[in-house]
Each structure stands twice: as C-alpha cells, then as structure tokens.
Write a protein that binds this ligand. Sequence first.
Ligand SMILES: Cc1cc2nc3c(=O)[nH]c(=O)nc-3n(C[C@H](O)[C@H](O)[C@H](O)COP(=O)(O)OP(=O)(O)OC[C@H]3O[C@@H](n4cnc5c(N)ncnc54)[C@H](O)[C@@H]3O)c2cc1C
Length: 437
Amino acid sequence: MLPSRAAVVVAGGGPAGFMAAVAAAEAGRGDVLLLEATPEPLHKVRISGGGRCNVTHACWDPAELVGNYPRGARALRGPFSRFACGDAVAWFDAHGLELVEEADGRLFPRSNRSQSVIETLRRAAAAAGVRLCTGAALQRAEVRSGGGFGLEVRTGAGVRVRLDCAQLVLATGSHPSGRQLAASLGHTLVPPVPSLFTLALEAPALTELAGVVMDPVALELLPGRSQLEHTAGSSERPGSERAGSERFRQRGPVLITHWGLSGPACLRLTAFAARALKEQGYRGLLQVDWSGGRSQADLDQLFGRLRCEQARRQLATARPWPELSRRLWWHLLEEQGLERQLRWADLPARGQQGLITALRASRYPVRGRGPFGEEFVTAGGVNLGEVNLATMESRQQTGLYLVGELLDVDGVTGGFNFQHCWSSGWLAGQGLAAETS
Ligand SMILES: Cc1cc2nc3c(=O)[nH]c(=O)nc-3n(C[C@H](O)[C@H](O)[C@H](O)COP(=O)(O)OP(=O)(O)OC[C@H]3O[C@@H](n4cnc5c(N)ncnc54)[C@H](O)[C@@H]3O)c2cc1C
C-alpha cells in the first residue's frame, strides 16, 4: 500500500536509487519511500557482468577514474573526490559484501553472483528503514507552491495514487519516463544514444573466425567512411584522409564474432565514438592492428629471421609468434593469396609485405551496430550543468535530485557505470539528509 505522504520519494529501484535511499536514511533522513515500476528491483544488477555483477573497478585515483567516462569525465572529478571506487568497496564491506579484484582490475562479489549484491542492497535498505514499493511507477510530478512535490503514481493493478513528498529523487536509469519527468520539472536533455555496443563489419571471411580472441589489438575507427571507398578486408595503408574526420583509437582484447568485433577494446571504442557513429548512421572504417604493436621494422626483422631459421617449415605450421591465433594467421595467408604449404624460404617479397601490412593495418568497413554489448548503456540524459554535482540536487528545482544513468554520464566497460551510480546515489543521500538537518 502506498502512503499519501513521504518525506523523500526515490523513483527507480536500480543501483542508483537504492544507494540514494539507503545513504539518505543512514545519514538520518527518515521516511524514505523507494518506488520501483516493475515487480523486480535491481533487475540490471541481476543480469550485469554475465550474472556476476562487476560492482566497481580497482581504480583509486579520481583523476585517472574520470578517464573512463566518455560523457561526464572532467565534471566527475569533484564527485569522485568525495566518493569513488575505494569508498564503494568500503561501503559494501561495511554492509557485509566482500569484493574481490580480478587481474584486469574489475571487482566482483566473492560469491561471483550478482544476487549477493542485490541481497546486500535490499538488506541495507530494510535495515535503514527505507520502504520499498514495487509495481509503482511515478507518472507525474508537479511542484507545490509551498515547496515539495505532488506525485501521481500508477500501481501494478493500474490504480492511480496521489502522494506528496518534500524531496524527490529521480533514479529512473535510461527509461524514457524519467527523462520526461526531468523535462517536466525544467531540465534539458542531451538526446540519448546507445553506447558500449559491438561492431558489425562487412568482412565475411573474418567473421568466419568467430570465437577467436586476440590481445592486445589496436583499433582505429573513422566514423562515416563509406564502404564504397574501400574494399572489405583490404590491407592497404590509410590513404588520403577526409579533412576534419574524427578518429577514435583503443587498444586491448577483442573477440571476433559472427557479425564482426566485440571484446573490451571494441566496447571502449564504441563508447567514445557513440555520438560520432550515430551521426554517421553507424557506418565507418575500422583499421585493426593485429600485430600487438610491432613496428614495420620489427616485423621486417622478424620475417627475415623466420625465412632463415624456419626456412624449410610451412607458413601454416610456423606462425610469426605464438600468441597470433592460428586461425587468424591462416585467414591472413588466404587473404594474401598465399598457399599454407608454402615454405618460409619461398615466401615472395610481395607476399611478405602484404602479410606485414595486413598484420599492422587490416581495414574493414563498419556496416552497423552488433547486438548489445555486455554492458550496454545509454549516453545522453539530463544536462550535467543543471545539477549541483556536490549534492546531486537540481539547479532548476529545489528539492529535486537526479542520479545514475538518467544523467548525461556513461562509463566504459569494467564496473564504471555502477561506480557512477554508487557515487551519485551516495552524494544525493548526503544532500537529502543535509538539507533538513
Ligand atoms: C546486460 C547489462 C550488463 C551490465 N553489466 C554491468 C556491469 O557489470 N558493471 C557496470 O558497471 N555496469 C553494467 N551495466 C550498466 C548498468 O547496469 C547501468 O549503468 C546501471 O544499472 C544504471 O543504474 P540506474 O540505477 O541509473 O538505472 P537502472 O539500473 O536502469 O534502474 C532504474 C530503475 O528505475 C525503474 N524505473 C524507471 N522508470 C520508473 C518510474 N517512472 N517510476 C518508478 N521506477 C521507474 C526501472 O524499472 C529500473 O528498475 C550493465 C548493463 C546491462 C544492460
């Protein structure tokens, strides 16, 4: 049953909403009501990180941390100097959840189950006295002349209920209803576009290698380059570049998929290029350096050595270096028209040059977005300039707070999106409590 009044209403039972509600209640703000539109709060937490929930990242310096946010970056320095990854680790530890760091810096619950994170947040909310109401969608919010807000909430049974509150937190993630509510309360919105997605490539021979992982790979993306300008899989060096075209570069692990490319480096690339790609209709040209950063001179030397030392061995059985996937190497040989059975001693100079260029700069036309990445998020949202980032209170409307993905902030893969939820939620909690103390 919904009450007719609450001191604080938090709309949205995701990670940002839970953190805001719990932090406010723990900081002394009583009578906090948390509304969740669906029957299942924290749904994205449950499915996150492949069911393991990548809670945050072992990145302890706020100046370094902000580099993981294509949207937000500099503005987040202040908030992260008050509550960042180390604070999130300590917060979860104090609430009974131990996080464990993996080799790449990602932090997961020791249980390796996102359910542990959900239970921790729900337990913390109950212990702090937060009332959770599921199947309750905030539909309308109007400012009362004497202060506070009049709300209209639709329950699961389709009943419309009115309630009043002194302070309102919007924590509705990327759901359009939250953006509409923010706009109705005076906010401007940066149009939403998808971020953190995989790339569909026009490269049928490459996609036959689905399942191959390479690390590290250097990617360079030129959004907007039409596929007509280049041949699929062509490995020529970049020619004349269109004036003013933007380039995006990333380096790290990639996974070849049935449709193109995925993996952390690809997701990071699309996060930073999210707007440019959208503007270009998800078309572009991707240049891939499979060589692990080896220079032309390194490769000339290496191939020269192989010709002598492996002279009698076939190209197929003696790869240039062991980490180069056998399937990828065979694909590159085929692409250059070289027989696998050819011996290293018989590799023609032109074939060698073609292989080296293909290893350093294979080029593939981008033909669209692939299916969602592991951490698909929405870029865009409430303009950050309209929010006091010390407290997350709106600069447009006293008593209104905005947190999480609803804001024009998004991070790359690795736990950075949840970290922004913990930080913005915690700061809002302090702000809500301070306003009334
Ligand atoms: C498959 C997947 C995996 C991911 N894995 C990771 C990961 O491992 N690590 C990481 O950092 N990030 C991950 N992310 C991103 C992360 O899930 C989001 O950044 C994060 O959930 C945003 O939190 P939020 O609280 O702002 O919004 P949400 O999690 O979207 O929560 C908003 C809540 O508000 C509710 N709501 C919406 N409108 C209303 C309304 N009008 N009234 C009441 N309730 C409403 C929604 O039902 C929802 O429950 C992943 C995302 C996806 C899709």
